[in-house]
Write a protein that binds this ligand. Structure first.
Ligand code: ADP
Ligand code: MG
Ligand code: MG
Length: 211
């Protein structure tokens, strides 16, 4: 079954919930290799989206919801993650277009567009210890699942599994982008906070799709 507006709104609600639950963890991770604000930034952003969900016009699409998330994150999150996640959701919204329901291949295309947007904006490569190290494995897993005929919920489940593994695998890496790169070799031995938040957001999408 395809994923519709009900799923999209549920994803945002679950995202706000999971980011708030992991706020302290994201702050702690960012304190190790950054400036300690990632949990606060993301929590502020998603809490700001929640009241706006009530103002969505009748007949809104998943793409409209993704666009609402994008504009809100851009104006409220700040730092590196605000513009990067804002771009991700904006590109995702464009890929979703005006579709009322998103199937497996559409989800894979949306995730690809989001990841490509982050790369275009932040220029991070795989292994640079950023959110890309969660997003690219997620895109690869989503593509493979969609090509195998897995439904939209299964595509998100595969993406979330791969993102979690990717986020864990950032621990030994030396950061080459963002604030953590200022630490050089000392950035190794800590998970990247942005990779962690990406994995949380994809798990929220998968959970909403399975609900
Ligand atoms: P800031 O570093 O400005 O305080 P945040 O703490 O909110 O911003 O976000 C930090 C996260 O942003 C990092 O953990 C990393 O995943 C991500 N990030 C930073 N720079 C880049 C980049 N150039 N490309 C992709 N992701 C990046
Ligand atoms: Mg920070
Ligand atoms: Mg900061």
């Amino acid at each position: 079954m395809g994923l519709d507006i009900t799923w999209a709104v549920d994803w945002v609600r679950r995202s706000a919930q999971v980011i708030s639950e992991h706020r302290v963890e994201l702050i702690t991770l960012d304190r190790e290799i950054g400036d300690g604000d990632h949990g606060e930034n993301m929590d502020r952003g998603f809490q700001a989206v929640l009241p706006k969900l009530d103002d969505l016009a009748a007949g809104s699409t998943p793409g409209d919801v993704l666009k609402l998330v994008a504009t809100t994150l851009i104006s409220t999150v700040g730092g590196a993650a605000g513009p990067l996640y804002g771009t991700a959701y904006l590109k995702a919204a464009a890929a979703a277009g005006s579709a009322v329901s998103l199937d497996g291949p559409a989800i894979a295309a949306i995730l690809t567009a989001a990841r490509d947007g982050v790369v275009a904006r932040g220029k991070a490569e795989t292994g640079d210890k950023t959110m890309i190290d969660a997003l690219t494995p997620a895109v690869d897993a989503a593509d493979a699942a969609a090509a195998a005929g897995v439904d939209a919920a299964g595509v998100f489940a595969a993406a979330a599994d791969a993102a979690e593994a990717g986020a864990l695998a950032t621990e030994p890496l030396v950061a080459r982008k963002g604030r953590a790169s200022y630490l050089g070799e000392r950035s190794a031995g800590h998970r990247d906070p942005g990779a962690e938040s990406s994995a949380l957001l994809l798990r929220a999408a998968a959970d909403a799709a399975a609900a």
